[in-house]
Ligand binder design. Sequence first.
Ligand SMILES: NC(=O)c1ccc[n+]([C@@H]2O[C@H](COP(=O)([O-])OP(=O)(O)OC[C@H]3O[C@@H](n4cnc5c(N)ncnc54)[C@H](OP(=O)(O)O)[C@@H]3O)[C@@H](O)[C@H]2O)c1
Length: 280
Amino acid sequence: MLGAGGLLGTPLSRLLSQHSNVELHAFKRGQLDIAERPRVRACFADLSPDLVINCAAFTRVDDCEREADLAMQVNGHAPGALATMAADAGARFVHVSTDYVFDGQKQSAYIEDDPTGPDKALCVYGRSKLEGERRVLAAGGRPLIVRTSWVFGADGPNFVATILNLARTRPELKVVNDQHGRPTYAADLAAAIISLVEHGATGIVHAVNGEPCTWFDFACEIVRRAGLRTPVKPCTSAEFPRPAKRPANSVLDTARFEHLTGHGMRSWRDALRDHLAQIG
Ligand SMILES: NC(=O)c1ccc[n+]([C@@H]2O[C@H](COP(=O)([O-])OP(=O)(O)OC[C@H]3O[C@@H](n4cnc5c(N)ncnc54)[C@H](OP(=O)(O)O)[C@@H]3O)[C@@H](O)[C@H]2O)c1
């Protein structure tokens, strides 16, 4: 597994290490850079993997705007090379992608086949991840691409940690209320990916926790559940400009996930409760 030190890679490595029939080789960035083609090739030759899961990505969405070449290398080109090496080695390849491939204009939840394109993605990160999807699918070998959104968890910077920190240090918070999505607990996403692999899923599948909301709704629930009394006020994206433009609607439909696995993913509210209990 690649990108094993991140928000998703950490719980996914933990879960996989508990499977007695899995011999896990989990690489953090310092151990294997996915953009270093010769080292990755040597690693494939050394391990002859049956399954390769790529959780590595350049995920700092705003930084991608200034570092577009690096974003395209890590999120676009490297996954394609990994998928090609996996296909050549006869290994299954699993890649993780994002809701930011969409333009956010749809009035309902996005399904896997909804149109994407470099002209539709609103930011460098979205375009680089879309290029990654395109190259992974073009590599052959029936890969699985799991699109997810708004990931939170214990193993890296994320919205829940940011809001808790701000709510403890500021008199009031303002949070955007015009972007809609589905928050997703990294541990639940890890389990969902394993379930998809066990069910032999291929192609693109959306995997996110249940119940759409806005960042404002999400922040209110974080503050409330943490027992804090800091007021949270809604604002617009225009009031809180960021270098990278985000889609107004990036709610992902999960009917395909449910059809393939026979089960759904729980509400993000229940996942948030467990996460807050875990981090204390
Ligand atoms: N986080 C979200 O809200 C979100 C939403 C939608 C989709 N996703 C997707 O979910 C997947 C997992 O992301 P995450 O949430 O776990 O983010 P993350 O915590 O940033 O994890 C990504 C990991 O990849 C590593 N990495 C970066 N460049 C690398 C390289 N060239 N070679 C090897 N490793 C590299 C990072 O290391 P450093 O920390 O040292 O850079 C980090 O450990 C990604 O494909 C991401 O695009 C995430």
